[in-house]
Design a protein around this ligand. Structure first.
Ligand code: AMP
Length: 608
């Protein structure tokens, strides 16, 4: 077969894991092998000299380090011979073994031989390292159509085909390395402006830190250092890595390892509980180092945070909530994390591959939650009453299905119940978000651990949100299922619009043909209806409101007149505030009307 025939695949040849992807039915798709999308970048030989790759090789890494090679990417570009079993290999040969396995995987998945690939490398790779990668591809029987930078690939996943100039920051926090790149995208071309990072900072360091924490505790309790026994250390490392992953969605995790060590001839068990906040305290210095690199990369590129149009997250360690939280604080925006951070680079390489083949391809679209979901919490008391704020649990743009939990404290030791008020929106002020449900959780009185309430949100692909609140110490639990949590906004809008249409219909006494009715998804956020019939339909209420709340009615009128001239985000805020204000007036809730008026007045002051 000539090298210009057949599909071109995209390959992310990673330090820890590798992934192959291609365009299938017009969509960038990861090519899996019996459901496995990720191939550990590990090769080895069995005692009888057979080559093994991926998970099987990874499984023997601890027991047979002399017959197993991991992290070969770190040695690409060097001329260092690598012993493996009773032979030695050059680094591109080892990488070629991983690439060969990916090539076979791709050929099987696509049902035809694959001989062409785009392979990604870190932006900081020099010419030698790029050449070694190219060689590895050729050794694996692949014609390497192009070597592209990993941040370029990640950018293409989200922004393929966009023509406007924009700057994008790609934050890649993987298992062994951290990279940040600033890229400029213009007329579909992506250029890396600056890169920064640390080739020895990754998820592995976080595992090691957690391991040290647990081992230190064990040493104190049992006077045995688990780090001194290779097998115990390895078991603990595996357990810590798993615990770290769980802590990305759960508030606490238990590490339990039976017979992990021996003392005076008796077996010792390890059982310990780690909370997310313990873990966050341990890893904070590492996360801070990544933020410092981000600042340096910005300085090197001569850009400020405000010039960054998008923040793209890549690498498994970006799933850690603290990482996302710090970035959100730094950039004052939600990062793009809709695409699985482990797969984004390979999918982007597949996009580039399709461009080489002359196929047109759109950005990778996945299901994400369009709104932040969370609960109302009290941040403290003042003379004016409790200071209520919105505490997000699932952030906007999180891929679905999503499951996150967060711990809160009771307000008083003898509190007997807690109201869980579920909200949807993007504002810290409670009133500026939409209420989508509430329920009461009965509590056992008492302090200490009884103070802790864990609230878990499970959001499914079809938009069902299950909210579970549990008093941690007693396991007393209560749950609420909210259907349609994703489209609640649209549903509300639609109902209102239908009602308004009904009112107009009644007022005009005129029949509409079915084809004159908008389809449901045309009932997106509405511009204020100023038609006479609509006003007529709501006249009585408005007149009453006007008499009782003249300031609120005047503000709503002012908001309506300004709405068309403000940007989409402000317009959405104004709309929500007006709706909440209308609701508060209907309920004759004077204090809510007053505080909403203040907020609306503030926002109108800034936008006019
Ligand atoms: P990568 O090099 O991009 O494949 O990232 C691998 C790293 O991501 C490893 O250190 C994993 O332990 C880490 N990782 C994967 N999933 C999670 C998760 N859910 N939470 C925290 N770290 C994770």
């Amino acid at each position: 077969m000539s090298t210009t025939e057949g599909p071109v695949v995209g390959i992310d040849l990673g330090t820890t894991n590798s992934v192959v992807a291609a365009i299938v039915d017009g969509k960038p798709t990861v090519l899996d092998e019996v459901g496995e999308k990720i191939l550990p970048s590990v090769v080895g030989v069995t005692p009888d000299g057979q080559l093994i790759t991926g998970v099987v090789a990874l499984n023997q890494l601890a027991a047979f380090p002399d017959r197993t090679i991991a992290s070969i990417k770190r040695r690409m570009g060097t001329m260092e011979p690598i012993p493996l079993g009773d032979q030695t290999f050059m680094p591109p040969e080892i990488s070629a073994m991983i690439l060969r396995r990916l090539r076979d995987r791709a050929s099987r998945a696509l049902g035809q031989p694959v001989t062409r690939a785009v392979i990604t490398v870190p932006a900081f790779f020099d010419e030698n390292q790029r050449q070694a990668t190219r060689e590895a591809g050729e050794l694996a029987g692949l014609h390497v159509e192009r070597i592209i930078n990993e941040p370029t690939a990640a950018t293409l996943v989200y922004h393929v085909g966009e023509q406007d100039q924009k700057h994008i920051l790609v934050y890649d926090f993987g298992g062994g390395t951290f990279d940040v790149s600033l890229v400029r995208m213009e007329a579909g071309v992506v250029e890396v402006l600056s890169s920064n990072g640390d080739t020895h900072l990754g998820g592995d360091d976080l595992d090691q830190t957690l391991l040290d924490h647990v081992a230190d505790q064990f040493l104190e309790d049992q006077d045995v250092d688990l780090r001194e026994n290779a097998q115990a250390r390895y078991r603990l490392l595996q357990a810590c890595e798993q615990a770290k992953r769980h802590l990305s969605t759960e508030e606490t995790v238990e590490i339990a390892e039976e017979f992990i060590a021996e003392k005076d001839g008796s077996p010792l068990n390890l059982t310990t509980t780690i909370t997310r906040s313990d873990f966050e305290e341990l890893i904070e210095p590492f996360v801070q180092r990544t933020i410092d690199s981000v600042d340096e990369a910005l300085r090197d590129a001569g850009l400020t945070i405000h010039q960054i149009a998008d923040l793209v997250l890549v690498g498994g360690s970006t799933r850690i909530p603290l990482v996302e939280e710090r970035l959100r604080d730094e950039f004052q925006r939600d990062p793009s994390r809709a695409v699985d951070p482990d797969l984004a680079v390979a999918l982007g390489a597949a996009v580039q591959a399709a461009m080489i083949e002359g196929q047109s391809v759109g950005p990778v679209l996945v299901d994400v939650t369009p709104h932040t979901l969370g609960i109302e919490v009290c941040e403290g008391m003042s003379f004016a009453g409790p200071h209520l704020v919105f505490s997000p649990i699932i952030h906007r743009n999180s891929p679905l299905p999503a499951r996150y939990e967060q711990a809160y404290s009771k307000m008083f030791d003898n509190q007997e119940e807690a109201e869980i008020h579920v909200l949807q929106g993007e504002h810290s002020e409670v009133h500026r978000n939409r209420s989508i449900g509430r329920f009461l959780l009965d509590l056992e009185a008492g302090g200490g651990n009884r103070n802790k309430i864990v609230v878990r949100f499970d959001l499914t692909l079809d938009g069902t949100l299950k909210v579970t609140a549990t008093q941690a110490a007693t396991d007393i639990s209560q749950e609420l299922v909210i259907d349609n949590a994703l489209s609640q906004f649209q549903a509300d809008e639609r109902d209102r619009a239908v009602a308004r249409l009904g009112a107009m219909f009644d007022a005009s006494d005129e029949l509409l043909d079915d084809e004159d009715l908008p389809s449901p998804n045309q009932w997106a956020p509405q511009t204020p209806d100023t038609s006479d019939s609509s006003v007529a339909a709501t006249k009585t209420d408005s007149a009453e409101d006007e008499a009782k709340f003249p300031e609120a009615v005047a503000l709503i009128k002012k908001a309506e007149s300004l709405k068309s001239s403000v940007d989409a985000e402000d317009s959405c805020d104004i709309e929500t505030l007006c709706e909440n204000l209308n609701q508060a007036m209907t309920q004759r809730d004077h204090s809510a009307v007053a505080s909403l008026c203040t907020e609306l007045d503030d926002i109108l002051f800034y936008v006019q």
